[in-house]
Structures are given as structure tokens and as C-alpha cells.
Design a protein around this ligand. Structure first.
Ligand code: ADP
Length: 401
């Protein structure tokens, strides 16, 4: 019977799942899918190597919720067991705080520690913890591993992690944590296959999805990133504002009399590409739009990327490679072209045909800065961490140790 690892990536309105063979060098997913619209009109899809195997839809307003979704995924996996034996579940958890610098096997104490971090990521952390708690109840015999978006950044120097605030505040854990770490770690792990000298040197990875950030990586280790205490900082995103002067928050409080909840909603859900364009948070829609505000939203997005690229290059005292990844980075040749053009001063020269074709290398042979498109794979990273954390398997599929 084949031992498998289940990876769960739970957000506020969806849960994605992937199933990997637990043995050997973990590579392709055997099966994957998601439940979207958990609190509106839920929809389940599952796909294996041969194509879609199941689609289920719930009525509008049926509110499946996180528990209902996990139970549905569990029932589906049971029904499609096909000689598979589940040995561990790996979870994406956005915040590992200061203490978790790597993946950890879940215990009741770990859950208590992770619950303490909810105030640091109130929009994400509770959704990540819910599936852990549900699996603990449904299958207490199964090993669970939490993998953190912050962990990869714990190698950053103290100056990159600190804010210039009084010690009475920073001692409470107010520091730059950085996010998208599982994506950066995956890119760092495969970069040697694309550009061995850059992998040993200085690379900026631009993870441009709904959430967007950039990370400076030297010899495989994070040394700086654009996200800070929360996932609001840095680049403008689909609906998040990115870097703004904190004085704006004081203005919103004092002059516009907004409360913390309204400000949170403004900065997380009504800003970024959506707020500026008034059209959409989806880069595809903005690129196809002839609205001047949509064009300005794109200008602001690429301008901020150019500024952050300069800043991260300064932190590394130079740059050898630039990597694009995530939804926009992997699929939008137009955005990549603009970013590479803005990086001409760093030595970037675009190979237009390669860029249109989607890479992997999109800089021309004479470009001193090599530029790449590399699809990210956070789920694979979680599966690898889960395998390594539980330390292999005995015959029969029982986790060791
Ligand atoms: P998430 O951060 O939610 O994981 P993704 O990495 O999947 O997001 O990126 C989603 C975003 O990618 C979408 O909002 C969309 O704007 C963008 N995107 C996807 N395909 C394209 C494309 N062909 N051109 C431009 N943008 C795209």
C-alpha cells in the first residue's frame, strides 16, 4: 500500500489540498483540488494525473465552512483511496512568530503557541489553525506538521528584521517577519538547476500573485524582504495597500474618525490594484482595460517593484539574478517586460521572444543580470518539510519517532 502525505493550505474562503507519495524524493502531486467559497456557494474540485475526477457544488448560502470542507475532503480521499495510506498531514501556517524558525510537528503545546500569534495575523492565522484542530479531532493518530511562511526569513540580519521603535514595543514581537517564505524557499531550492552561479550569489525573487512581495536571497538564504510585521507591507497587491506612511493611519483615526476595523478593511480589502483602479484586483482585467485609472494602478505596481528591486539590491550590495514567480510573475509577459525595462540600470536586458514564451530564462545572452520565470510550488515544499519532519516511515506506513 502506498504511503501518502496530504498537504492542506487553508485560507479565509478556500482550502486547497494536494496528495504526494510519502517516499523518496517528493515530486509530482498524485491528486489535488480545492474547496472554494466556503461561506458563500461552495464548490469542490479534484484532479488527478488523468484530469478532473470530481466536482461538487453546494447551494448558494449553504455555508459549508472549514469543518464541512475538511470533512468533504476526508470523505473524498476515503472513497478514492486506491490502496493509499495517509501517514501525515502538512499544513501551511502563515505565522511562526519568533520561535518557529522551521517546520514543527504539531502537539497541543504547539497549537497553544500558534494561537498566541493570532493577533499578529488575525486574517490568516485562525484559518490555518482550524484544519489542524479538525484533523486532530478526526484523526488523532495522524502526524501533523506546521510549515510557516515566516520561517525562511529568520536568517535575515537583525537590522533587516528590526523596526526603529522603543524596546518596550519591539520586545512584544513587533518586528519584520516577512511572508511567502515557502514560495521563496522552493525557488531557492530549484534555482541551482537554472542558474548555479546566481544560486550561490545574489538573487531577488518577485512573488507577484494576489499577495505580492519580493525577497533578497544570498546563497540560498533570505537576507531582506518587502513584507514586514504583517502581510500588508511592501508592494501594492490585489486589494492590499503595500507600503504606506504610518502617519496615514493616524490621519484616518483622528481626522476621518475611522475605527481600527474600518481601517483594517480599507488597507487589506479595498486598496491596492482594486482601490487605485476602481475596476478590479485582477491584473488580467486591468491589463485588458482601457481605463486611465486601471493603467495608473499598473504604473504604481511596477513603479513600486522597481523601487523595491533597488532597495533589495542595495541590501545585497549587488544582484546576479531576478526571478519572477506566482500568478502575475509566471503568466504576465507584459508586467515582466515593464519590470525588466525598469531594471536596465542593474544590467537587465530582455529576450522579448523568450519572455513571450514564458521562459524559463527571459534575459538575453549578453545580459549581465540573468532574469528567470520559475513557477512556485509551496505545496511541494510543505510535503518535503512534512516528510523530513516526521523522519521517514517504517514498512506498513507508521511514522517513525
Ligand atoms: P494567490 O496570491 O491568491 O496565490 P496567484 O499566485 O494565483 O494568487 O495569483 C493570482 C493573480 O495572478 C490573479 O489575481 C491575477 O491577477 C494574476 N494572473 C493570473 N494569470 C494572469 C495573466 N495571464 N496575466 C496577468 N495576470 C494574471
Amino acid at each position: 500500500m502506498a504511503d501518502v502525505i496530504l498537504v492542506l493550505n487553508a485560507g479565509s474562503s478556500s482550502i486547497k489540498f494536494s496528495v504526494f507519495d510519502a517516499h523518496g524524493a517528493i515530486s509530482d502531486r498524485l491528486l489535488y483540488g480545492q474547496v472554494e467559497g466556503l461561506y458563500t456557494a461552495a464548490r469542490f474540485t479534484a484532479t488527478d494525473r488523468a484530469g478532473t475526477v470530481e466536482t461538487t457544488e453546494w447551494a448558494q448560502g449553504a455555508e459549508l465552512g472549514h469543518r464541512g470542507a475538511i470533512e468533504h475532503i476526508a470523505e473524498f480521499l476515503k472513497a478514492h483511496r486506491e490502496e493509499r495510506h495517509l501517514v501525515a498531514v502538512g499544513h501551511r501556517v502563515v505565522h511562526g512568530g519568533e520561535s518557529f524558525a522551521g517546520p514543527v510537528q504539531v502537539t497541543p503545546e504547539v497549537i497553544r503557541e500558534l494561537e498566541k500569534l493570532v493577533p499578529l495575523a488575525p486574517l490568516h492565522q485562525p484559518h490555518n489553525l482550524t484544519p489542524i484542530q479538525i484533523v486532530s479531532q478526526l484523526r488523532p493518530d495522524i502526524a501533523q506538521v506546521a510549515c510557516f511562511d515566516t520561517a525562511f526569513h529568520r536568517t535575515q540580519p537583525e537590522t533587516a528584521q528590526a523596526y526603529a521603535l522603543p524596546a518596550s514595543i519591539t520586545a512584544r514581537g513587533v518586528r519584520r517577519y516577512g511572508f511567502h517564505g515557502l514560495s521563496y524557499e522552493y525557488i531557492a531550492s530549484v534555482l541551482p538547476n537554472f542558474d548555479a552561479s546566481a544560486a550561490a550569489g545574489r538573487t531577488v525573487v518577485a512573488h507577484l500573485g494576489n499577495g505580492a512581495s519580493m525577497c533578497a536571497i544570498v546563497a540560498g538564504k533570505s537576507i531582506a524582504s518587502t513584507m514586514g510585521f504583517t502581510a500588508l507591507d511592501g508592494l501594492p497587491m490585489g486589494t492590499r495597500c503595500g507600503n504606506i506612511d504610518p502617519g496615514i493611519v493616524l490621519y484616518l483615526l483622528d481626522e476621518l474618525k475611522m475605527n481600527a476595523r474600518a481601517i483594517g478593511d480599507l488597507l487589506y480589502r479595498q486598496s491596492g490594484l482594486l482601490g487605485v483602479s476602481g475596476v478590479s484586483s485582477d491584473m488580467r482585467v486591468l491589463l485588458a482595460s482601457d481605463s486611465a485609472d486601471a493603467r495608473f494602478a499598473i504604473d504604481l505596481f511596477t513603479y513600486r517593484i522597481a523601487r523595491e528591486l533597488g532597495s533589495l539590491s542595495a541590501a545585497m550590495e549587488g544582484i546576479d539574478a531576478l526571478v519572477f514567480t506566482a500568478g502575475i510573475g509566471e503568466r504576465s509577459s507584459a508586467i515582466r517586460e515593464r519590470v525588466v525595462r525598469d531594471a536596465a540600470w542593474l544590467g537587465a536586458k530582455l529576450d522579448a521572444a523568450a519572455n513571450e514564451a514564458g521562459g524559463p530564462r527571459i534575459s538575453d545572452a549578453s545580459s549581465p543580470l540573468s532574469v528567470w520565470v520559475i513557477p512556485t510550488n509551496e505545496e511541494l515544499m510543505i510535503a518535503r518539510h512534512t516528510q523530513a519532519t516526521i523522519g521517514g516511515f517504517r514498512a506498513g506506513g507508521t511514522p517513525r519517532g
